[in-house]
Ligand binder design. Sequence first.
Ligand code: ADP
Ligand code: ZN
Length: 531
Amino acid sequence: DRTETDVTRSDALGTLQRVFGYDSFRGEQGAIIEHVVAGGDAVVLMPTGGGKSLCYQIPALVRPGTGVVVSPLIALMQDQVDALRALGVRAGFMNSTQDFEERRLVEAELLAGELDLLYLAPERLRLESTLDLIERAKISVFAIDEAHCVAQWGHDFRPDYLSLSLLGQRWPEVPRIALTATATRATHREITERLAMPQARHFEASFDRPNIQYRIVSKDEPKKQLLRFLREEHPSDAGIVYCLSRNSVEKTAEFLCRNGIEAVPYHAGLDAGTRATHQARFLREEGLVVVATIAFGMGIDKPDVRFVAHLDLPKSVEGYYQETGRAGRDGLPSTAWMAYGLNDVVQQRKLIQSGEGDEAFRRRAAAHLDSMLALCETVQCRRAQLLAYFGQEPGGEGCGNCDTCLTAPETWDGTIAAQKVLSAVVRLDRERRQKFGVGQIVDILLGRKTAKVIRFDHDQLSVFGIGEDLSEAEWRGVVRQLLAQGLLAVEGEYSTLVLTEGSGAVLGRQREVLLRKEPKKPASRGSAGGV
Ligand code: ADP
Ligand code: ZN
């Protein structure tokens, strides 16, 4: 006699093979699907590309009724539904992009029991009319995609997600599955609480992407560094280059094209037609580079993206992981490369200060940035640091496939250098009328008699010329690391350097400062010459 579990397992596997054309389940998919098909609630933490969709699509097909999928990614619903229909799955969606007629048609299909899957935007579920509609239909499963949107501490918070807790009250007999690719331990807990899923079984896949090599280089001439990286390691490979602003997206794409690399821009300022064309080309062609803002990539499923490059610092480790995670979904060796420098720290700190949001919001943004900076400045394995951020244990010593494992960074006792910088900041701070940024501090330490130094008599300061033992790049590195470690801060319109609570201990010699040695500039090999 076959037990019930055997039956659901074979139904699920049969559906995987018959409908989706895959041989076997990946990772924990099988266990998750079995649990949900049997009526259990589940909270699933699985990295991007791990195969979350099947975890609710198959239960929706195996259980009687319609599976309701709540997703904030309205722009992707049409594509998702089209892809399912192409496989013979009866799928539909309801969101604000539809007109009355289209919506009525979907409603009729739902009520007639002719839908396997219905995708809904979260704001729809706040409407009593939608809830009534669901009440009148037979529902097989509720799937809550991008479940971290319910977490108020997260970077994607959607107030509409808070109302999803009522699903369990109103339909206690319908299993719920919440899925996310980005969740620290705290977010995971918050998801479970806010969605009111105390009975849920938790499934947590490993976040490790062993085929991705993580590298963070010191930013010097970013576009040239990028070009060198592409020419030397990824000639004619497909990849994504992320920039912060639309302007730098355009400029970088032009620059790559001028230097013989086929690249197209992608950002929210381009018209929809251009965006769609560039995205389609990226998916279809081999070896195209997309230079994009973070507007690009949500739901992009291209297995052979060989590299993801960042020319600007992401705002959080979650963002970094998600963006780099678009590389190497086929499991083949891929590179996550980032150029990072002093200006990134200054710019992001400034953005947070001058940005909107209340004090608590700013503190959270600052905490996100701090974690990202810690990843950039670490002298330990990048992968270990990433996994630890997601609350997972790294295995063994180092990964052997990140820059710090491949070439151990040297550290040095930067206490005296730090004291010099902080002393210079103190001296300048005495002149309250004037505000000075990083450049002036470095010029003073190096004893440079620039026009601006002479004009403000800064060559008369006791700290003038006390830093001739280090180069300009090294001083900028010291300032960057002090900013990253919170031993120095920026303030106001001109990014004036100011002391922090931690600075005193360094100046008072109660605290040592360990710094990462700045890498030597790679010798110009002429390959990026003339650009
Ligand atoms: P996620 O939502 O976690 O980012 P998806 O559900 O989009 O991931 O799946 C990523 C890719 O992996 C898709 O192309 C999907 O078809 C494929 N995939 C998922 N599960 C399997 C499986 N068991 N066997 C083969 N391919 C799979
Ligand atoms: Zn490593």
